[in-house]
Design a protein around this ligand. Structure first.
Ligand code: DP6
Length: 356
């Protein structure tokens, strides 16, 4: 499908309430570098999570005459200027695809199921839940749109809010960006990966909160820095190759290669930040202590656990569901001392968003 296929021209005045919850996701192959209107420089793929999610409710009605604002936004009952700016940009961007947006007022309320101050990126869950609510409004104007189109366009719109949000609509694994590994892959929206070993359907992600402060480098700045990073072109080639390798690994359930690729991707993402100008070290000393503990635990027990990182210090531990109890013990005995206020979140792979 092309960009034009997502332009919905019908304008009708409607009112109602729309409410969706949508989870966060954790990338196995990282999206880092973008161009034009939110298009990724390399393909990425992620596990959709289930516990860490955003719940969004939008009450919408025709805009009154002389009403300048077209939305109000409360996060956990509070006004947040930084979020307002992001939503404003998002609404402006999507108005070319749902023109009715311009003639309505939106009363938006969101809250996360995970602590806002946990350092966990929430733009994926926030923007995907918002996109789904707007699709609900489009559906009210044209009830004939198919379910497939509904979710594809929700992913397309979510991308305009935050690239990684395009991968949070469905689950358990979603790829986004043009990749030679997947013929039907698109720069414009995420696609669910169906052909996987069943072991990945119940994978666990335990998130260790190493640092709960605001991100040192916003994703926007990180993506921007890739434009002048001397290793960027090779990084995009590497990501594409890793996608290709991961394809068979996910089909076969080859956990040894899975671990190799996922950890390489995490460190490559951080290498990009270390080699950008200005350069950033986003890991915390405790991040490295945990990584070493994971290597040792894996060697001693042969449990196929691995780590991955976002653009921050926190660690995501990925492992098959059957090892949950053993990994909990490992965390409590060995890793808790490295976690900020002993915080960690047990999450797992899930099917994606839900209408509520
Ligand atoms: C490191 O999706 O947050 O989490 O498109 O500017 O909103 P924007 O960026 P964002 O970048 C996510 C980067 C990442 C890797 C990933 O999720 O693929």
């Amino acid at each position: 499908m092309t960009r034009e296929d997502f332009i919905f021209k019908r304008v009708k005045l409607v009112s109602g309430v729309s409410s969706w919850e949508s989870p966060s996701n954790i990338a196995l192959i990282k999206y880092w570098g973008k161009y034009d209107e939110q298009l990724p420089k390399n393909p990425s793929i992620s596990f959709t999570l289930s516990q860490c999610k955003t719940i969004t409710i939008i009450k919408y009605r025709p805009k009154k005459e002389n009403e300048n604002q077209n939305f109000s936004f409360l996060f956990d009952g509070l006004t947040m200027q930084s979020f307002n700016d992001k939503i404003n940009l998002f609404i402006n961007r999507i108005s070319q695809y749902i023109p009715a947006v311009k003639s309505h007022f939106f009363d938006i309320e969101s809250h996360n199921t995970f602590p806002h101050s946990s350092g966990i990126a929430s733009s994926a869950s926030a923007m995907s839940s918002l996109a789904l609510c707007f699709m609900e409004i489009e559906k009210q104007i044209d009830s004939k749109i198919s379910e497939t189109y509904f979710f594809k366009k929700a992913s397309f719109l979510a991308r305009l809010g935050s690239g990684s949000a395009s991968r949070s609509i469905e689950g358990p694994l979603v790829y986004w960006g043009k990749s030679k590994a997947y013929k039907n892959s698109s720069l414009l929206y995420g696609t669910v990966l169906k052909d996987i070993s069943p072991i990945f359907n119940s994978y666990r992600d335990t998130i260790l909160i190493i640092d709960d402060s605001e991100k040192k480098v916003s994703s926007s700045l990180g993506h921007e820095l890739m434009k002048s990073n001397p290793y960027a072109e090779n990084r995009f080639i590497q990501a594409d190759k890793n996608m290709d390798r991961l394809r068979n690994v996910l089909i076969k359930g080859d956990l040894k290669s899975f671990i190799e690729i996922v950890e390489l991707e995490a460190l490559s993402l951080h290498a990009m930040m270390m080699t950008s100008s200005p350069s950033y070290i986003l890991m915390h000393p405790n991040t490295l202590f945990v990584i070493n503990e994971v290597y040792e635990f894996r060697k001693e027990t042969s449990i196929p656990i691995c780590y991955t990182l976002d653009a921050g210090a926190n660690i995501h531990l990925l492992y098959p569901n059957q090892y949950f109890k053993k990994v909990q013990l490992f965390i409590i005995e060995k890793l808790l001392k490295y976690c900020h206020s002993k915080q960690f979140i047990n999450d797992r792979v899930g099917p994606g968003s839900k209408k509520i």
